[in-house]
Write a protein that binds this ligand. Structure first.
Ligand code: ATP
Ligand code: MG
Length: 413
């Protein structure tokens, strides 16, 4: 779990601000849910027989003996919140979220135990048009951030009926290759065979590669749904690859699944994953309702911003106000407050903690400010303030205190 230090924040804000603005421009409304939920919520939604629930959750008993977990993802929480607030019955919703998630994984580049996701969830919309919209939103985010080298992979898992049919075929195939399965996969053979396709075990890749694909089990309705999606992507010029092996790790998906991947981050190349999860609302106790969403990994996207030289960095404040002589401290604060009244967006740092003029000037320089304002006893007497340019070769000027705001506005322009 990592600290995010002040120098890291500009890139984080760049990503989060861009996402917030974009999601709201598409009509998505923000939702925040607690970081802790009942463990049962994740077991019921993500699935008992998944890496996340079996191995990766931070679970503990609270003082009442209830089993709680730090959320490993946010979809289940959003559905729980929506059900609890009565929002999910016969209504359409477009929601977005942002926040930390927790998984006890082996930490490595791009894989952390506390990481952050930006996500979207939609409810009540049956068609592939909403899946396309989610994809278009993500595509536009990459464009806004000027990120290259992110590719879209899509697949259809079909309706739950198709999945059922596929499951039978798959179990048969894996039974024939039982010796090639690792321990986890042998255990999942009956309970969750689709998960085996998602295994990252290199030794199993050839055998997985040769397994039957879902495509042959798709019925007409599922095929139509998928071609509606690809039609929209074609007409909006979003490039994509159909990856028949893409199944996604969580249990609750159906029809469309998609991932945005890059080959520039090493092994942890998925920056965003999502799809349709129509069964989840009912699975968590609600009336059946359509649902689709995605979630993206902030750390991986920020690593890409840095790698591609696109990350914002710290810029420093605009103005540093320093003072000469003890009697100017109160007057300096007074002037600063009146500037702040009139220029709410100005970044103005007032020197604090006394010190010689020379050391104050050093701090002004280090602050990154363009301009130092200097208030000494002689300036107080004359009702003026001295202006010193810290980043360009220009003579120091003396301006009236009553003119400071108008002068600053034009000097910083
Ligand atoms: P992966 O295949 O990389 O394990 P996942 O399928 O477990 O990903 P999801 O549950 O779909 O991931 O989460 C959505 C996104 O969150 C991922 O695409 C990734 O960008 C990010 N993510 C997931 N787990 C981590 C982690 N431990 N550290 C950093 N980012 C993560
Ligand atoms: Mg994972």
């Amino acid at each position: 779990m990592h600290d995010i230090l002040p120098a890291d924040m500009p890139a984080w804000n760049q990503l989060e601000d861009a996402y917030r603005a974009l999601a709201e421009s598409y009509g998505y409304r923000q939702i925040r849910t607690p970081i802790v939920e009942k463990t049962a919520l994740f077991a019921r939604s993500i699935g008992e027989i998944t890496d996340i629930v079996e191995k990766e959750m931070y679970s503990f008993e609270d003082r009442n003996g209830d089993s709680l977990s730090l959320r490993p993802e946010n979809t289940a929480s959003v559905v729980r919140a929506g059900l609890q607030a009565g929002l999910l019955q016969d209504q359409q919703h477009r929601l977005w979220y942002s926040g930390p998630m927790f998984r006890h994984e082996r930490p490595q580049k791009g894989r952390y135990r506390q990481f952050h996701q930006l996500g979207a969830e939609t409810f009540g919309i049956a068609g592939a048009d909403i899946e396309a919209e989610l994809i278009l939103l993500a595509a536009r985010l990459w464009k806004r951030l000027d990120l290259d080298a992110i590719e879209l992979q899509i697949n259809s898992l079909g309706s739950s009926r198709c999945r059922q049919k596929f499951r039978t075929v798959l179990v048969e195939y894996f039974r024939d290759h039982y010796q090639a399965l690792d321990e986890d996969s042998q255990r999942r053979l009956e309970s969750n065979p689709l998960r085996i396709l998602d295994s990252k075990n290199v030794e199993m890749q050839n055998m997985i590669e040769a397994a039957p694909t879902l495509q042959d089990s798709l019925d007409q309705e599922s095929r139509d749904h998928f071609s509606e999606l690809t039609d929209i992507l074609d007409q909006t010029s979003v490039p994509y690859q159909v990856n028949r092996r893409l199944v996604r790790g969580l249990d609750y998906y159906c029809h469309t699944v998609f991932e945005w991947v890059t080959d520039t981050l090493g092994a942890q190349g998925t920056v965003c994953g999502g799809g349709r999860y129509d069964s989840l609302v009912e699975q968590l106790g609600g009336k059946p309702n359509y649902a689709a969403g995605f979630s993206m990994g902030c750390e991986r996207l920020i690593a890409m911003l840095h790698d591609q030289g696109k990350a914002d960095s710290e810029s420093g404040c605009d103005v540093y106000l320093l003072m000469r002589g003890e009697n100017s401290v109160a007057r300096a604060q007074q002037i600063a407050e009146s500037i702040r009244d009139q220029m709410p967006r100005l970044e103005l740092v007032v020197h604090a903690g006394a010190g010689s003029f020379k050391s104050q000037m050093r701090k002004a320089d280090k602050s990154g400010a363009q301009i130092a304002l200097i208030l000494g006893e002689s300036e107080i007497e004359a009702g003026t303030v001295a202006v010193k340019f810290l980043r360009k070769d220009e003579a120091q000027a003396e301006i009236l205190q009553s003119d400071v705001v108008t002068q600053l506005a034009s000097l910083l322009d």
